[in-house]
Design a binder for this molecule. Structure first.
Ligand code: 13P
Length: 340
């Protein structure tokens, strides 16, 4: 492992004012997104859609540090035959790859999940590196509900994340460590805080046991935020203050950067929360975005599967990328949204 090089990549992924585009939806997940815009889930449509984002020069060059790809996409070629990975590189952005194989039920823990994909990872990682991937992603999912999460689920998922991270670093790939506490429930922000704190502390303990170099990783956490079905809605300032407090309590300063998932927040909420955190400032790590839905909802809608809408989709993508780039510097203002 060359830690100096891993660190360089991790620093570039979370460089000030830039963030990550999570375009790594599995074929099943992108089907849900395409269903919403009445677009058929074919390989060509998936390619055309992702190609239009990767070719959006203004967004990619100025706002997007890296792109997380799904396995299909890393091998795909653009319509003109250029590998999609090459287009990303030409835009000055770093290609990355989702390497987990989704979730399976966790035995003896009803309603809880464990992320699969460790077994073949040592063989797959060198191939992804050769294809151009310089970072990877593994998502663990922790749900909040009556009697859950269990310690079994927290511990087992944290252990798998650490095993994945160690394997990535051994293959000169920066791991994005993503322990996602879901915001699907009716819990309030304080319950989310308490669970996320436990999850992050366990995750960093397991990373230590697996000898993962924190300087060569990026954390992708959820924010401290109330569940979508909660009656108690928190203000932007409360989410920002509690998330910063939580991260300061759990994430060592050796981690170069933290890139949040959006997790089902609206586009503007995800931007406003990130901005408010960066306005607090004086943080030991760079705080940025690694958004999927919060970057892509608008371009997807504008595109709606039609070649004639590519320019409109690229405009929508550029706008969201710019708003989040400003938020990553604490320079976003709500009225910038109206001007769009
Ligand atoms: P969302 O921003 O849509 O939560 O997706 C980010 C991601 O990569 C989840 O694994």
């Amino acid at each position: 492992m060359n830690l100096a090089d891993l660190n360089k990549v991790a620093v570039a992924m979370t460089a000030n004012g830039k963030g990550i585009l999570a375009a790594d939806e599995s074929t099943g997940t992108i089907k849900k997104r395409f269903d919403a815009i009445a677009t058929e889930n074919t390989e060509d449509n998936r390619r055309d859609y992702r190609e239009l984002m990767f070719r959006t020069a203004e967004a990619m060059k100025n706002c997007i540090s890296g792109v997380i790809l799904y396995d299909e996409t890393i091998w795909q070629k653009a319509k003109d035959g250029t590998p999609l990975v090459k287009i990303i590189e030409q835009m000055g952005s770093i290609p990355g790859i989702k390497v987990d194989e989704g979730t399976k039920p966790l035995p003896n823990c009803p309603g809880e999940l464990i992320t699969a994909g460790l077994d073949k990872l040592p063989d797959r990682l060198p191939k992804y590196y050769e294809a151009g991937a310089r970072f990877a992603k593994w998502r663990a999912v922790i749900d909040i509900g009556a009697g859950i999460p269990s310690y079994t689920a927290i511990h087992t998922n944290a252990h798998a994340l650490a095993r994945y991270a160690a394997l990535c670093q051994a293959n000169q790939i920066v791991p994005i460590v993503e322990p996602e506490v879901l915001m699907d429930g009716d819990h309030d922000i304080d319950r989310c805080y308490e669970v996320t704190e436990f999850v992050l502390k366990e995750t960093f303990q397991q990373l230590y046991y697996q000898r993962v170099a924190l300087e060569g990783m990026v954390l992708k956490p959820n924010m401290a935020i109330a569940g979508k079905k909660s009656a108690k809605k928190s203000s932007v300032q409360e989410v920002a203050e509690k998330t910063v407090k939580l991260l300061k309590a759990c994430v060592p300063g050796a981690v170069p950067g933290i890139a949040f998932l959006s997790g089902g927040q609206s586009d503007e909420e995800a931007t406003a929360h990130l901005d408010a955190m960066n306005k607090i400032g004086n943080l030991p790590w760079n705080l940025t975005f690694s958004y999927g839905r919060a970057l892509q909802a608008a371009p997807q809608k504008a595109w709606s599967g039609k070649a004639a809408n590519v320019a409109a989709a690229q405009t929508a993508f550029t706008h969201r990328a710019k708003m989040n780039s400003l938020a990553a510097k604490g320079e976003w203002k709500k009225d910038m949204e109206k001007a769009a």
